[in-house]
Design a protein around this ligand. Structure first.
Ligand SMILES: [Zn+2]
Length: 194
């Protein structure tokens, strides 16, 4: 198991971003080509630096604030979001599953993180929530991820949606203890998407 995605897996990453953007535009009524409003990119581990890397999750969104130069009369800050995929953690989480499962996991993670980016872009306050509110926001993002992806025909993706469902759906069948939705074993921090 390598530390970085292979060329083929990086193609899945690009394809997953296209799927996520398409579904977000269709379902959330957003125009992601409007880069004045939605200003983001996505990087995999090999291109991450410093705090963009984390041991606590499979992926995270980092925020950068740019200040326009003083010479501009209307001095406005501009936020930029970067989806940071932690290849090594994702490969480890899917290590015992089929390649189709890894591909599905990449689609799930990128869709989830893109929804965060859209919500941060529309309401920057969300980026700095307190822990309790953050938990509710996270649940909401998992629910939206489900709604966007539930129509896709891949069985591995549906299996994954089922496993993640207990995070957001209080009506979902209870899982014993705190189960890792990926391995169905006791929770390990490495399944979390931040
Ligand atoms: Zn999240």
């Amino acid at each position: 198991m390598g530390e970085f995605f292979t060329k083929k897996q990086r193609l899945w990453v690009g394809e997953a971003l296209e799927i996520a953007e398409f579904l977000a535009e269709a379902n959330l009524k957003v125009d992601l080509t409007d880069s004045a409003k939605y200003f983001y990119d996505l990087r995999t581990l090999i291109n991450l630096q410093g705090a963009e890397k984390t041991d606590r999750a499979l992926a995270q969104v980092c925020k950068y604030e740019y200040l326009r130069a003083k010479s501009f009369r209307a001095k406005r800050s501009r936020d930029f979001y970067r989806i940071c995929l932690q290849d090594d953690k994702i490969l480890k989480a899917a290590a015992w599953e089929s390649p189709f499962f890894l591909r599905a996991l990449i689609i799930y993670i990128i869709t989830h993180e893109l929804i965060h980016v859209i919500r941060f872009s529309e309401n920057p306050r969300i980026f700095h929530l307190q822990i309790k509110e953050k938990r509710a926001e996270e649940k909401g993002v998992h629910r939206l991820t489900y709604n966007l992806l539930k129509g896709l025909p891949e069985p591995e993706l549906n299996e994954l949606l089922k496993r993640y469902r207990s995070i957001w759906d209080d009506e979902a069948p209870p899982q014993e203890g705190c189960l890792n939705p990926l391995t169905k074993s006791l929770s390990m921090p490495n399944f979390l998407i931040s």
